[in-house]
Design a protein around this ligand. Structure first.
Ligand code: KIV
Length: 269
């Protein structure tokens, strides 16, 4: 049996938003470079998030806090070159938008203008509503992010499941009213994730927020088994590339050392 054909369209912000009315489920992954963007785009994801999670899975930091706007511009450029049809959303990193709405518009503008992102994502609900409004007013589509917002990890005292439903509801509604076209909901109980999804007209993109969300997002290195420092409960490893890479490199080292690589087929006459 052949694989299902890819949808023949390029994903856009209005299309992403409109999928909610049709009840379509959307698949989103993170990517940080050309090759992973190309592969995930060809596999048919609806959107690629250039997440500041790259601080952990690419740069090796314990949190996303050290990621700079320069880092995000660099990685977003790489991803944009590999994405032919998926929507590319770039994260605004810590302290590039919290200072003022003006700062947010400038930083978001750089991700669009210098890196080629189609939209930006920023963390925070009620307290970020004015900032979302300012960025949207500049013509820049915004994806919100509520629940566990990793840039506030120290305020939460760790990467903890968020259970204050009244606060979550106020946050997600504030994000919607401010003009975001979609919103990530991270680390909330599944029943709350479903109720949050029903309470807004924009698509919810869940990560650890249950099956009731309109879309799901996973971090590329988590789902591929490449990042093994820790594994949140919500991560499904679809393949164990980490083990496969280790085995491949061990074989390579052995073949180089015993002289069986390179063989004649890899050598010029
Ligand atoms: O940075 C990131 O990858 C994210 C997702 C986990 C939603 O924000």
């Amino acid at each position: 049996m052949s694989a299902a054909p890819l949808p023949p369209r390029t994903m856009t912000v209005p299309e992403f938003r409109a999928t909610k009315e049709r009840g379509d489920k959307l698949a989103v992954v993170t990517a940080y470079d050309y090759t992973s963007a190309r592969l995930t785009d060809e596999a048919g994801v609806d959107a690629i998030l250039v997440g500041d999670s790259l601080g952990m899975v690419v740069q090796g930091h314990p949190t996303s806090l050290p990621v700079t706007l320069h880092d995000m511009i660099y990685h977003t450029r790489c991803v944009v070159r590999g994405a032919r049809r998926a929507l590319v959303v770039a994260d605004l990193p810590f302290l590039t938008y919290q200072v003022s709405p003006r700062q947010a518009v400038r930083s978001a503008g750089r991700l669009m203008k210098e890196a080629g992102a189609h939209a930006v994502k920023l963390e925070g609900g009620v307290r970020m509503a004015g900032t979302i409004r300012a960025v949207v007013a500049a013509g820049i589509p915004v994806m919100g992010h509520v629940g566990l917002t990793p840039q506030s990890v120290h305020q939460f005292g760790g990467f903890k499941v968020q259970r204050d439903e009244a606060q979550l509801l106020a946050d997600i509604r504030a994000v919607e009213v401010a003009g975001a076209f979609a919103v990530v909901v991270e680390s909330v109980p599944a029943d709350i994730g479903a109720r949050l999804t029903q309470s807004v007209s924009i698509p919810t993109v869940g990560i650890g927020a249950g099956a009731g969300c309109d879309a799901q997002v996973l971090v590329f290195h988590d789902m591929m088994g490449l990042f093994t420092d820790f594994k949140p409960k919500f991560v499904k490893r679809y393949v164990d590339l980490g083990s496969q890479i280790r085995t491949a490199v061990e074989t390579y080292c052995r073949e180089v050392r015993d002289g069986s690589f390179p063989g004649p087929e890899h050598s010029f006459r």
